[in-house]
Design a protein around this ligand. Structure first.
Ligand code: IMP
Ligand code: MG
Length: 174
């Protein structure tokens, strides 16, 4: 089957939105240090660009959670593949995710982090597909709300490919 990508959000549009979110975080966390948690691998570019634009002190850690399989559907069976290196207790945490679909991934991550007593915890996602939500979870910062389509690029993959596209596109199978 042929894979065709239709641009949905250009590199420029994404960059402008990330700048907006960074400014909002600077206002919301004034006087504090933000401990940003990158959910690998999909949020790498969003996480990096966002961190670079935040003017407050930032510390970083990385976590990887995944559902089994290489398809376009989340299986619901989740595992933590890489845990955080540092403790989160007493810190102001922002979890940075590429996309919220069913919401199961972020809901599990939120539960794990909250159990470790952070001072605060907020969720930041570049993309939100609310039509497919199954878990009761709402992001605090959202880049774009998108329709129920499978998207790739800017960190997002299909079978580990397309992550390096500088824009976000809808993947169509022909
Ligand atoms: P959730 O647990 O269903 O919310 O799924 C979240 C994860 O599924 C994301 O972190 C992505 O890795 C992946 N995912 C969901 N929708 C898409 C998509 O449209 N393109 C690429 N990956 C996706
Ligand atoms: Mg992901």
């Amino acid at each position: 089957m042929e894979e065709i990508i239709h641009e949905l959000l250009s590199e420029e549009v994404v960059a402008a939105k990330i700048e907006e979110i960074a400014q909002q975080i600077d206002r919301d966390y004034a006087g504090k240090t933000v401990h940003m948690i990158c959910i690998l691998k999909g949020s790498i570019f969003f996480f990096s660009e966002l961190a670079k634009r935040i003017k407050l002190p930032v510390t970083m850690d990385f976590m990887s959670a995944s559902s089994y399989g290489n398809g376009t559907e989340s299986s619901g069976h989740l595992e933590i593949k890489k845990d955080l290196d540092e403790p989160v207790d007493g810190r102001d945490i922002i979890v940075v995710e590429d996309i919220i679909d069913s919401g199961h991934t972020l809901s599990l991550i939120k539960k794990i982090i909250l159990a470790r007593n952070p001072a605060s915890l907020k969720l930041c996602t570049l993309l939100d597909k609310p039509d497919r939500r199954e878990a009761d979870i709402e992001p605090d910062y959202t880049g774009f709300v998108i329709p129920d389509e499978f998207v790739v690029g800017y960190g997002l993959d299909y079978a580990q490919r397309y992550r390096n596209l500088p824009y976000i596109g809808v993947l169509e199978f022909k």
